[in-house]
Design a protein. Structure first.
Length: 59
């Protein structure tokens, strides 16, 4: 938030972690129906999350 001025949800963080090959915990809040869609992380927020992961040495 301080660096890029955007708020990101835990969903977006876990999506980016999966893309980077970082193992994430199991999701216990599963969707109620199979055809439901999850929102996808926008490109500008994905870049901010990747920058943060690099800053903390996770990537």
């Amino acid at each position: 938030m301080k660096e890029h001025g955007v708020k990101v949800s835990n969903l977006y963080i876990s999506q980016v972690k999966r893309k980077c090959g970082i193992k994430v915990g199991e999701n216990y809040n599963l969707l109620k129906s199979e055809d439901s869609r999850q929102p996808q992380c926008p490109a500008e927020k994905e870049k901010a999350i990747k920058d943060a992961l690099e800053h903390f040495g996770m990537v």
